[in-house]
Design a protein around this ligand. Structure first.
Ligand code: ADP
Ligand code: MG
Ligand code: MG
Length: 877
């Protein structure tokens, strides 16, 4: 029978799938001999069973009872026993950290009797006991019974007035408990459950259910966390930070998660419990000040943090509580960090001898690198600095100030850039944070909800800008110097420095982009990037090429590390003032007129290719012959019809209209385009091949590769190929001739197609459209969000290559193509070529290179290195 419950002494950090991150790491710390309150973990497998079947698995209750008994005997107390109660917390904890997204209930086991026992046990500290009890009802009411948390908040606020929660007396807290119980009765029609075991049972199920809470679902979608993992549940003996001034609770990082620098980073709050620190109910003190309050605990904590960093060989974040001078560890995990910190920490750990450079490459991601390539604010010009807060998550964001999540979503949907301004954020602000360019809060530190979530999303965030008075109701904030910013006013937020500016600030390139452009590494961060990129380049098996179709992009691509061009589109060579020539081509009355139009186009194409060959300086250039339907180059059908109908059209307009009508297609994506054009319009492809050959002759060392789009059958390719080979031979030019694999039929008959192709390049945009039967422009806007919600896919297949379907076709084509032609060159040139997870797929599928837009090249290089070093594609986060 399955084992559903693990004592902390039974688990370890590698059991995250089963025990969740929190449970696995609590077990790890327990086994390291650190002071962790005893407890046990119910597995995520039990949760999955519960979510699927609607009931807990057989045997779970008995197993929990057994572990509870062991916990009780270890603690020498019984759960909720009247005179000396054991209290426990019931804590969610999934494989991937989802800060604040799911539920935790503290102080389970309190009721009208045991509250007195707790007070007695604490040396007659009635205040503490009633404070713990009111917290239980509040958390239980909100998370387990689904009561609006505001109701409890309001009751607390009106009792407190302008005082702090710590100023409330035992009597007042006792009254608050009565008020809370009244709220529970009113809202649920039932009494707050007094039976401790019933409390425990209900809390466990509530944690299971919280996996599917809307905000958790939204967070998973945003972070690309699979929807079917479920959460584990941790039952932990309570320790108390709310016993008085010699107690407290805190959070800490072993390094600065913003910059990566070593030092002491954390927040501490005296006489407090649980979420008080992150919720910003009172102002926390910096962790350093704990030294003055409680030197023993402080020293022990620092020792433990060092031990944890050396053990995990990475930045850790921790949650701890001090109960009357005794330190307890309540959580640790490898901490989230900003992109810059990730690169710095990785190389620092190498220098400390804790990890190898190989590992350092796997510790950073392409997404983080992409973030470092974001522009930043210019230091030139006028700067209307309003205030400075904490630099919680880097980047330069400009937008209209908005003061609620709803408004942020609304304006963003209307295409506006917005900055979400809040006193502090909570999990209900998630939608607004996703919609916003940046987030600004007036309260909370680097461990506040806003900071943690923004960092996770890579969203610019300044938090704890305490000089700001934020009024959500009046939709405005005031800053020192009498400045008022209302909804819709533009502000600029610098998450790298913490500065907030009035108005729109100009932005400039990032130092990392300047480095890729060729300047010497300017600072520590860029040196870290440089080291990691060099190592990734040395490690990767995949080549990286660029999608570029002009000399400027080609040159940038080379500077960014491209080893060739994987996709040079030729369609832009038919635009602008060349449209006239395309019109002539389409309207040609006979073969002579058509040839004349082609002859006029040829030298123009040739000069385009010369520019690109020169920029690529001997590197291979894959040129795709014209792909879009010709009517895309002609005037618009409706406009022309109107012109003709109005009677102010020329003869030529009328002929054009006839041609446009003739060429009109119901579904151009599946119409006369690609190789079909080459076969139907005599001389078109020949003209392009001749232009390529002539250009190649003009540029010494040029390495053209000619690529035929939209092939479905080898017969199509053979016809085109024959003509091209003849032209190349005439010119004495050597060029590979290959095809795109972008129709399912080409993939399925790759063994035949390879007879006529020296290379394949997977056009995964079209291949995805045709494999799913999606027309991208139509489906993305109309129902993709619904599909994502339903979990049909976790991420759009246009963003990340769909391994199961499209990926299967790729693998078939790779295998069968190579069977026919062992030296077949294989690449990918869809947008997936710059997507981290898709790069890992390409590595595994055995492709020779990926091709992507110039700005994604560093990302692809890094991910190709990571793919080679980890051999594990499952986690590119
Ligand atoms: P989250 O995943 O949202 O961080 P946790 O399960 O870590 O939720 O619980 C939130 C906080 O509650 C913890 O940081 C800790 O301060 C407090 N807490 C949880 N369990 C206990 C316990 N057994 N004793 C004391 N405090 C606890
Ligand atoms: Mg929480
Ligand atoms: Mg926690």
């Amino acid at each position: 029978m399955a084992k559903y419950v693990y004592d902390f002494t039974e688990g370890n950090k590698d059991l995250k799938d089963l025990l969740g991150g929190k449970g696995a790491n609590l077990a790890e710390m327990t086994n390291l001999g650190l002071p962790v309150p005893p407890g046990f973990t119910i597995t995520s497998q039990a949760c999955r069973h519960y979510l699927a079947e609607g009931s807990v698995p057989d045997g779970l209750e008995a197993e929990v009872a057994e572990h509870l008994l062991a916990l009780e005997s270890a603690m020498g107390k019984k759960l909720g026993q009247a005179d000396d109660p054991l209290l426990v917390s019931v804590r969610s904890g999934a494989k991937f950290s989802m800060p604040g997204m799911m539920e935790t209930v503290l102080n389970i086991g309190l009721n009208d009797e045991s509250v007195h026992g707790l007070a007695k046990q604490a040396g007659g500290n009635d205040r503490f006991a009633w404070d713990s009890y009111r917290r239980l009802i509040q958390m239980f009411g909100k998370t387990v019974q689904g009561i609006d948390g505001e109701l409890f908040e309001h009751a607390l606020e009106s009792l407190k007035g302008s005082r702090q929660d710590t100023d409330l007396s035992a009597e007042e807290l006792q009254r608050l408990v009565e008020t809370y119980k009244g709220i529970v009765r009113e809202q649920t029609g039932e009494d707050f459950p007094a039976d401790p075991r019933e409390q425990l049972r209900l809390a466990v199920m509530a944690v299971f259910d919280s996996w599917n809470a809307p905000r958790a679902v939204l967070y998973r979608r945003q972070e690309r966390i699979p929807t079917d993992l479920g959460t584990a549940v941790n039952i932990v003996a309570m320790v108390f930070g709310n016993l008085g001034e010699d107690s407290g609770t805190g959070v800490a990082f072993t390094r600065d998660p913003g910059s990566g620098h070593q030092g002491i980073y954390g927040d501490y709050l005296q006489n407090a419990q649980g979420e008080d620190v992150v919720a910003g109910i009172r102002n926390t003190i910096p962790l350093q000040e704990l030294e003055r309050l409680d030197k023993n605990s402080y020293d022990e904590l620092l020792q433990i943090m060092e031990k944890l960093e050396n053990h995990y060989r990475d930045l850790c974040d921790i949650e701890f509580t001090i109960e009357r001078g005794k330190l307890w560890m309540l959580q640790t995990r490898v901490g989230k960090r900003t992109a810059a910190a990730a690169f710095r920490i990785a190389t620092q750990l190498v220098d400390q001898g804790l990890i190898t450079l190989d590992e350092a490459v796997t510790r950073v991601s392409g997404d983080q690198l992409a973030q470092l390539m974001f522009p930043r604010f210019s230091t030139e010009g006028e700067r209307k600095l309003i205030t400075k807060g904490m630099n919680a998550s880097p980047g330069a964001a400009v937008g209209k100030a908005v003061f609620s999540s709803e408004r942020a979503v609304e304006l963003a949907a209307a295409g506006e850039d917005v900055i979400l301004v809040r006193r502090e954020t909570n999990p209900d602000d998630l939608a607004g944070m996703i919609a916003a360019r940046g987030v600004l809060t007036s309260r909370g530190g680097k461990t506040s909800h806003a900071a943690v979530v923004a960092r996770g999303m890579g969203k610019t965030c300044v938090c704890g800008a305490e000089e700001l008075e934020v009024s959500t109701a009046e939709r405005r904030f005031t800053a020192p110097g009498g400045i008022t910013v209302g909804e819709g006013d533009i502000i600029s937020v610098d998450g790298t420095t913490g500065e907030v500016f009035l108005g729109e600030m100009p932005v400039v390139d990032s130092a990392v982009v300047e480095y890729f452009e060729g300047s010497e590494p300017a600072d520590e961060l860029v040196r870290a990037v440089d080291r990691i990129m060099r190592h990734a380049d040395a490690a990767r098996r995949l080549g990286v090429r660029a999608n570029a179709d002009n000399p400027e992009d080609a040159a940038r691509a080379v500077r960014f590390g491209a080893e060739g061009i994987g996709l040079c589109r030729t369609e832009h060579m038919f635009l602008g003032d060349r449209r006239q020539l395309v019109e002539d081509l389409v309207l040609a009355a006979d073969a002579d007129e058509r040839q004349a139009a082609l002859d006029a186009l040829e030298p123009l194409q040739k000069s385009d290719f010369i520019g690109i060959f020169e920029a690529m300086d001997g590197r291979p250039v894959t040129i795709r012959l014209i792909d879009p339907p010709l009517h895309e180059f002609l005037p618009d059908l409706v406009e022309l019809s109107v012109k003709v109908a109005k009677g102010d059209a020329s003869d030529k307009d009328r002929t054009l209209l006839a041609a446009v009508k003739r060429l009109h297609e119901q579904n151009p994506m599946l119409g006369l385009r690609g190789v079909r054009l080459g076969l139907v319009i005599p001389g078109l492809f020949a003209m392009q091949v001749r232009a390529i050959a002539d250009a190649a002759r003009a540029v010494p060392g040029a390495r053209p590769e000619i690529m035929i789009p939209l092939v479905a059958a080898v017969q199509e390719l053979e016809a085109v190929r024959e003509e091209a080979v003849a032209i190349l031979a005439e010119d004495g030019v050597d060029a590979l001739i290959g095809t795109m694999i972008e129709t399912p039929r080409a993939a399925l008959t790759a063994g035949q197609v390879a007879e006529a192709a020296q290379f394949f390049s997977f056009g995964t945009n079209d291949l995805t459209q045709m494999t799913w039967g999606f027309s991208r422009d139509d489906v993305e806007a109309s129902f993709f969000s619904r599909y994502l919600e339903m979990g049909v896919f976790g991420v759009s297949p246009f963003e990340t290559l769909d391994r199961d379907g499209v990926g299967r076709l790729v693998r078939i084509a790779v295998e069968e193509g190579r069977k026919t032609r062992p030296d077949l060159k294989l690449g990918i040139c869809g947008e997936h070529g710059g997507d981290p997870e898709s790069v890992h797929f390409c590595h595994e599928a055995g492709l020779d290179y990926v091709s992507c837009s110039p700005f994604r090249i560093p990302v692809a290089r890094l991910e190709a290195g990571r793919a080679a070093l980890t051999g594990d594609s499952s986690d590119t986060r």
